[in-house]
Write a protein that binds this ligand. Sequence first.
Ligand SMILES: Cc1ncc(COP(=O)(O)O)c(C=O)c1O
Ligand SMILES: [Zn+2]
Length: 404
Amino acid sequence: MSFVKHLECSRCGHNIPKIETRGVCPLCQSPLLVRYNLHQVKRHVKKTTLLDRPTDMWRYLEVMPVDADEDIISLGEGYTPLLPLSRLGKSARLRNLWVKDESVNPTGTFKARGLSAAVSMARKLGFKKLAIPSAGNAGGALAAYGARAGLEVFVVMPVDTPSANVMECRMTGARVELVDGLIGDAAKRVNELQAAEGWFDVSTLKEPYRLEGKKILGYEIVEQFRWKVPDVIVSPVGGGMALIGIWKALQEMEELGWITSQRPRMVAVQSEGCAPIVKAFREAATTAEPWVRPVTFASGIRIPKPFGDTLILQALRESRGHALAVSDESIYSAVQQISREEGLFICPEGAAGWAAIRHLSETGWINPDETVVLLNTGAGLKYIDALNRFAKEHQPVGAGSEKR
Ligand SMILES: Cc1ncc(COP(=O)(O)O)c(C=O)c1O
Ligand SMILES: [Zn+2]
């Protein structure tokens, strides 16, 4: 049984009644959002109902676009650990610091969530050939879920994408094309493939279902805090799906009567080498200008012009949140610090969030008793070559050796 009401344009409000219609808004080409009959969901499922459910993303089936178990393409994504970071917290004078550790997802990043949802829906809707422009991890996740679903996958990535991503796509049978350029160039190539060969484009927010997988992060964080909303959620932002998704989940949970109107302050973190959202936030703009010459070894947040810029900036403003950029040097040392202090070898994007939290605690924007959640989006193991290269180029000889 589906509780989907319609798809709604995030910009002009245009409603598309049929679940079969997908893509962007036909009137203004903006992202579409899935809307549910939440009053019906409320009658059908209670917080306590969840206790008997499997501990994966699909325990929230009623607020997902897929309505039958047999339509689900799963590799066990979601319901990742929410871990206290007490040593790290102490070092920044924070008493309630937590990490939502997405590195344990299939394919090693939070991209698994969105692609599990998108591939499930694409297969249900009869698509057989799925294409994606990717900074790396989304491509890897699409390739894995595509293989699981028995669908063809085409991944287009910049030529300097981490080798782990290229390898995982090839191993899982995807066609891979590396473009001598950035993600925007990869997106152009996917447009060509769509027009010429009928590949279905699963780019960030160019279809509405990936976001529905991502948003479950928000449900999980609140459930794991026993239905209490944290004070601050810090997320690295490239395309901004996690941030937009969590914000959407909180709105839904309030309508379901699962939480009050209390909201966390949402913080978007980018690299100083590619910070279009930070710039737009500072200038109080509603859209972001494309970042010229984006450079960062945190490849997942090297997104010069996020398609969901308006939605990201809206969530930041509505939550009285913040956006800040950190240097690649501070990202690298944040990876080292979290690894050493907590045993979590996290990805550079997640580590950027930690560098930002340290700064926000120092400036007093976060106070010591607030509950703060760092979203670690993936595993450091996927970035061995990028970390090696960065260390070689930036660290003095002997630094980063085994001795502490
Ligand atoms: C590990 C990792 N973290 C963060 C991001 C940024 O995520 P989003 O595009 O949802 O903002 C990406 C995107 O590729 C990623 O792979
Ligand atoms: Zn529209």
